[in-house]
Ligand binder design. Structure first.
Ligand code: MG
Length: 159
């Protein structure tokens, strides 16, 4: 039995915040704003994982009105999503994450991002794809007002 889910998230770029994507610190003059560490790529991935099992979304499980999640490292949220999935008898088939950002150039960080997600998700790196694209300067990502991310996840029921 296989299940598929998709996720999408957006965060605003602001001054005075660190930029963390897929759990990796990225050098940039701006960072993403949010209640948590605003790791937009992990948030999209969490929503894909939860969506695959119709478990709602990240806002339901980790509400941004709760002080518990203020400034939280999104890798902890991803770890909890993995616990939920495994507790229901599923493992990762594969996931594919796309980060949409005009700047900075993310290509040098992609290998480390895949390794970090695989480590947190306790799965193999070859099951984890991370890609980055620009929007050719179009839209909010193109104007460097924010970064968005999309993710899909395929889950496989354990035998
Ligand atoms: Mg978010």
């Amino acid at each position: 039995m296989i299940r598929i889910g998709q996720g999408y998230d957006v965060h605003r770029l602001v001054e005075g915040r660190r930029l963390r994507l897929c759990g990796v610190e990225v050098a940039h003059t701006l960072g993403l704003d949010g209640h948590s560490d605003a790791d937009v790529a992990i948030h999209a991935l969490c929503d894909a994982l939860l969506g695959a099992l119709a478990l709602g979304d990240i806002g339901k499980h980790f509400p941004d009105t709760s002080s518990d999640y203020e400034g939280i490292d999104s890798r902890l949220l991803l770890g909890r999503c993995m616990e939920l999935i495994r507790s229901r008898g599923y493992d990762i088939g594969n996931v594919d994450v796309t980060i949409i950002a005009q700047r900075p150039k993310l290509a040098p960080y992609i290998p480390q991002m895949r390794e970090e997600l695989a480590r947190v998700m306790q799965t193999e790196t070859d099951r984890i794809s991370v890609k980055a694209t620009t929007t050719e300067r179009l839209g909010f990502e193109g104007r460097c007002e924010g970064i968005s991310s999309m993710a899909v996840a395929l889950l496989v029921k354990r035998q």
